[in-house]
Design a protein. Structure first.
Length: 304
């Protein structure tokens, strides 16, 4: 099978890979045959005992000659708080920023963190204190920071993990640290489950979007109309792209119009149907669906 990726295609379609598993490189080797064009490497809260240089070398060896890229490195925890694991998350943000180049990427992604139990505005001073030096460190190394737009169960008033989940919060973040290398890791799902139309914000903030998570949502509007959003029945479900309500042809068209050059990496492990033994079935369907929505790059004829 020819795994060579068309390097002229500016938008690549890939998937997330947990770095905390025993052998991420072997996992990549097994799934790359399906046609993934990029991989986003993610850590949960800490790097742990992983040697970043060794990990990068192992992954690069697997990908050598294919044109498949590492789109980003992610660290997902709460670097604003003060428990031991939170302080480790902040330290590992710095470590990953310093070592992103080993993976061939200039994007480090994750949660902003949050002052637990406080409102988004109340978390901004702490956010600025922690991330301004990290943003400066990243800027000096040519690295961009992308904050995911997941609320992790939080609201405007309170939460545990992340403040970067709605446009008003993004404006506060960008005002607090007005650096060009501060942006978003965006996906429509996290807006849709709050009944927000993701398309207007995509058009408005496209230039600030550095990385895309390929995740969708299904809204049961009959449940909303009968029970509301706080009733006994769930009204929204995270979905793998191709099974949700979003029109990814429109999403990718908006990204192309904004000259987005990066990856859409599928965030699996959330779909209520395509999970368990159907996990990779769903992800490969999403991969092929997103490629169809993107269209296949074809060179124009070279006619004088």
């Amino acid at each position: 099978m020819n795994l060579k990726v068309n390097e002229k295609e500016k938008i690549k379609i890939g998937t997330l890979v947990s770095a905390n598993q025993k052998d991420p490189a072997e996992y990549i080797r097994q799934i790359m045959i399906h046609g993934f064009e990029s991989f986003s490497i993610t850590f949960w809260q800490k790097i742990g005992d992983k040697n970043l240089k060794k990990l990068a070398d192992e992954i690069k060896k697997v990908l050598d000659g294919t044109g498949i890229v590492i789109s980003s490195i992610g660290i997902f925890g709460n670097p604003l708080e003060t428990s031991e694991i939170d302080k480790q998350t902040a330290k590992d943000w710095a470590k990953i920023i310093d070592n992103a180049h080993l993976f061939g990427t200039d994007i480090v992604a994750g949660f902003t963190g949050r002052v637990r139990g406080k409102s988004i505005p109340d978390s901004i001073p702490r956010f600025k204190k922690i991330f301004e030096p990290l943003a400066k460190r990243a800027k000096d190394k040519g690295v961009r920071i992308a904050f995911e737009n997941c609320d992790m169960g939080g609201s405007w008033q309170s939460g545990d993990w992340n403040i970067a989940h709605t446009p008003p919060a993004w404006e506060m973040i960008f005002d607090a640290i007005p650096f060009d290398n501060i942006g978003l890791e965006w996906e429509p799902c996290h807006q849709m489950v709050k009944l927000i139309d993701p398309m207007p914000q995509l058009r408005k903030y496209a230039k600030k979007i550095f990385h895309i998570h390929g995740k969708d949502a299904t809204i049961y509007w009959d449940v909303v109309k009968e029970y509301g959003i706080l009733g006994p029945k769930p009204f929204a479900f995270h979905r793998t792209p191709g099974f949700g309500d979003s029109n990814w042809t429109n999403i990718i068209s908006e990204l192309r119009a904004a000259n987005y050059s990066g990856s859409i990496d599928i965030e699996g492990w959330h779909d209520p149907v395509y999970r368990g033994e159907l996990e990779m079935t769903g992800q490969v369907h999403a991969l092929n669906y997103l490629k169809k929505c993107r269209a296949t790059f074809v060179d124009n004829p070279n006619v004088p």
